[in-house]
Design a protein around this ligand. Structure first.
Ligand SMILES: [Zn+2]
Length: 59
């Protein structure tokens, strides 16, 4: 479901206003990149699942 390069939409927007993120790393920790400002944040898989509203684009 949440594979590398999948684009997801979060429930809460990033402070920059962006809601779409690309998954750039998977594993024990996930890294997602804001498609609006380019900032990368690290999350645990549980945190990511809580934040995601839907899959915007499948990889
Ligand atoms: Zn951003």
């Amino acid at each position: 479901m949440l594979r590398l390069h999948t684009v997801v939409e979060t429930k809460k927007p990033h402070p920059c206003g962006g809601k779409r993120w690309e998954i750039v790393r998977t594993g024990a920790d996930y890294k997602i990149r804001c498609l609006t400002c380019g900032r990368v944040i690290m999350l645990t898989p549980d945190e990511l699942l809580h934040r995601v509203r839907r899959i915007a684009e499948d990889a």
